[in-house]
Design a protein around this ligand. Structure first.
Ligand SMILES: NC(=O)c1ccc[n+]([C@@H]2O[C@H](COP(=O)([O-])OP(=O)(O)OC[C@H]3O[C@@H](n4cnc5c(N)ncnc54)[C@H](OP(=O)(O)O)[C@@H]3O)[C@@H](O)[C@H]2O)c1
Length: 349
């Protein structure tokens, strides 16, 4: 079937605190370059980073305006690369990316995001989607799974018996950290803002949940860990949890920053952790996908963990591909009203 010439996409042409700056565009359907794949999108996800880009607090360069938001999508391939170098590439061949293949794409720095009816991207951000995983499940899983798995393996390798502190534990990424760390025999301590979110976190593997608005997090963590603190912290909050983390980490523990929901961490003197010999890692999932083979293996492992029941995707809500749909999702996300993943339904699977 011939492709349309125009497509709906949702994004921004300027930054702004209010989600009202989110617009619906009619962009031309992109013409893929020789090393690119064009995907007909069925599902996209809404991410904290989208809201940070829209608000102008994203610390890396933004693409030129206007651009579509988004970090991940699931859909069907409508055109494949033509570049000989790509066609000969062993990593390309092993992915079996053909016209009609069901696929996902995932990348933290897309120039034009996948919140659109068609999405063009270089082939190495495209991964096969197993038959048994629906596109909806894939997008409820992809970013949180591809963040939690490498960070809880390479930034700090969670072992049975480890005490692990997960901030924003009821968020889309937080729930996956809880599920994964629990499956490895870790003792998961989470923080969140409300008892309702605490109940969701407990149903997803958190052994202890601290309501940080009303409880003293450091005091509770020390009580739970017999005064020793936790082996590892996975922290998407940043600025507001910095001091608490110093009190909660045990000697020789590891603090993994994965985001800055409350703002960037202020500069600090490294010697402040000297008496604990604690380590810090600020880890973007993207770093673990720079190696193409490793990235493909992580995506495949994330889907295997869904199939064998370790990852149980939690969907907060589905929104339509429209300015109002994405505005509502970002409003709820930014106001802390979500638990689990916000999905954008673009087309029928
Ligand atoms: N490193 C990576 O590659 C990577 C990948 C994906 C996401 N992330 C990061 O992981 C974090 C979570 O992302 P997500 O998409 O899963 O979002 P999310 O956790 O589903 O939603 C964000 C949550 O952050 C909490 N929050 C918001 N403002 C806060 C504040 N000022 N202080 C403390 N908590 C606040 C709220 O949870 P409570 O109600 O529990 O406070 C809110 O629900 C973000 O920082 C994001 O940038 C990093």
């Amino acid at each position: 079937m011939p492709l349309p010439t125009k497509m709906t996409a949702v994004g921004i042409s300027k930054t702004g605190n209010s989600p009202d700056v989110i617009e619906e565009f009619q962009f031309p359907v992109p013409t893929p370059g020789p090393n690119q794949i064009l995907i007909k999108v069925e599902w996209a996800g809404v991410n904290w980073s989208d809201a940070q880009k829209r608000r102008g607090v994203w610390p890396l360069a933004l693409p030129p305006f206007p651009f579509a938001l988004g970090v991940e999508c699931a859909g069907t391939i409508v055109s494949v690369p033509t570049d000989d170098e790509v066609l000969k590439d062993e990593e390309y061949k092993v992915r079996s990316l053909n016209i009609g293949s069901r696929v996902v794409s995932f990348g933290m720095a897309f120039p034009n995001g996948p919140m659109s009816e068609y999405f063009v991207t270089t082939w190495d951000t495209v991964y096969p989607l197993p038959d048994e995983i629906s596109g909806r499940t894939a997008i409820a899983t992809l970013t949180p799974g591809c963040t939690a798995l490498p960070l809880a393996t390479e930034a700090y390798n969670v072992q049975a018996g480890d005490y692990v502190l997960v901030h924003t534990v009821a968020g889309s990424v937080g729930l996956f950290f809880a599920q994964l760390n629990k499956s490895r025999g870790g003792i998961v301590i989470g923080t969140t803002s409300t008892p309702e979110k605490a109940a969701i976190a407990k149903a997803n593997g958190a052994d202890h949940v601290i309501i940080y608005k009303t409880e003293n997090v450091a005091q509770r963590v020390l009580e739970i860990t017999g005064g020793l603190g936790v082996h590892a912290i996975f922290d998407g909050v940043g600025k507001d949890t910095f001091q608490t983390n110093l009190a909660c980490i045990r000697t020789k523990g590891t603090i993994v920053w994965l985001g800055f929901a409350s703002g960037l961490v202020e500069p600090f003197a490294p010697h402040i952790t000297a008496m604990k010999a604690a380590k810090y890692v600020f880890a973007s999932a993207a770093a673990y996908f720079a190696d193409r083979k490793a990235g493909r293996e992580y995506v495949a492992e994330v889907f295997r963990l869904v199939t064998n029941g370790v990852f149980k995707p939690v969907v907060h809500k589905e929104y339509p591909l429209s300015a109002e749909g994405v505005r509502e999702a970002e409003r709820e996300l930014w106001e802390g009203k979500t638990a689990g993943k916000c999905l954008v339904k673009v087309a029928a699977e």
